[in-house]
Design a binder for this molecule. Sequence first.
Ligand code: 4AD
Ligand code: MG
Length: 486
Amino acid sequence: MRLFKEANMIQKRTKIRELLRMKPEGQSLTVMGWVRTFRNNQFIALNDGSTNTNLQVVAPLGVFDETLLKRITTSASLKIEGSLVPSSGKGQAMELVATSIEVLGDSDPEKYPLQPKKHSLEFLREIAHLRFRTNTFGSVFRVRHSLAFAIHQFFNERGFVYLHTPVITASDAEGAGEMFRVTTLPFDNPPRNEDGSVNFREDFFGRATNLTVSGQLEGELGATAFGEIYTFGPTFRAENSNTTRHLAEFWMIEPEMAFYDLEDNMNLAESFIKYIIGYAMEHNREDLEFLAQRLQEEEKALPQDKRSEWTLLEKLEFVLKNDFERITYTEAIDILLQSPAYKKKKFQYDVKWGIDMQSEHERYLVEKHFRKPVIVTNYPKEIKAFYMRQDDNGKTVAAMDILAPGIGEIVGGSQREERMDKLTARMREMHIPEEELYWYLDTRRFGTVPHAGFGLGFERMVQFVTGMGNIRDVIPFPRTPKSAEF
Ligand code: 4AD
Ligand code: MG
């Protein structure tokens, strides 16, 4: 076993995750962590964040004085030396018999908000600065870490270049106008043009700027030089959606590939999703089992027909082993029109060719009809961004969205319009200023190539893998309308 000594500030600390894999034979070890519970003035459940499993530490009666024992309270931090022995008690295979206990930091049990009992996710959201110390959030954020790591590994193995696209930009990549303005101009009295509008030439960057909604346009510049790139960074959307699937600040992974068509794009996205799920299943078994258990407990409160038929792990296993369904938008609309739900008027929003499908429609397709992830392609051009490649029929574009059970849209992507005349014609129709995007159009001017890419919403992916119902519970510090605490 490798011990990472350089990470251990205060001597040879053994992480509990490593310790629990050792053979207990009386060896002397040092652990550090936070107290979860202290029973009978004798048994400390210690957690150091490396795993959900607490280490049982035994403080033999009569060895430690009362004043020290009184300081062993929930969430106090301890440094403990002791010997690792097989446990005679139930519930654990081994325990550490303490020979020395040092309190690194006290924690007042009257004031510490987390009690050793079940707290609601809503309550924990209000104390998000402490929720990492619970089992649920410990597992969620270890899984989040693994998925992030797997993403870099996936692209690195395939020779993609990790491109850092800017957080502050002057363009609206999606053309949806959902941007947060970045400015240093005074609000009460900004400099004005003669016509009364704000004079952004006086602003910090000499022009109006905003937080990025997507790194795609810059990503295309990278792809048309390196061949294959990906971005992985925060993106910002000022959409006033208070749902369990939307954040104002979320992380997005955007691969962009030269010499790819729509089908290559779908194939890559499907392998990518399977790869990162597989990675988490291999490296976070214990956390996923805990989360699966948590989900089952939570669903006990629901009526039988609302509960999942599968456990979390069965669902993930199924996604790994089966092909995603692939259908066109037109086929999707036909399925909806033929559905019992439509005929019985169960949908709140109308269904007809041309609609931007609502989440109830997407959920019907993935959860009721196909019961697996579905890739929907060739959407009407009116509901998609200007850069998507126009199909020959003049009505649809080479778009693809991936819809996941329980989540809805998890990926949005397309083959890009590489033909200059078609692209600029569409930009004019959609009132996208060509002069401002001259640098983007240069990719089409100088050696244009067929290319494609997509964006995966990282938090929606973490939700899918962890089974967490609310997106606020899979990002450490959620930013949503009227909420930016911590
Ligand atoms: O479909 P979107 O808007 O696509 C793009 O931004 C493209 N430029 C991507 C590309 O082709 N390179 O967003 C992509 C994904 C969505 O499918 C969704 O998973 C996630 O980003 N997403 C959000 N996640 C959380 N909160 C929000 N407000 C989100 N908006 C989009
Ligand atoms: Mg989309």
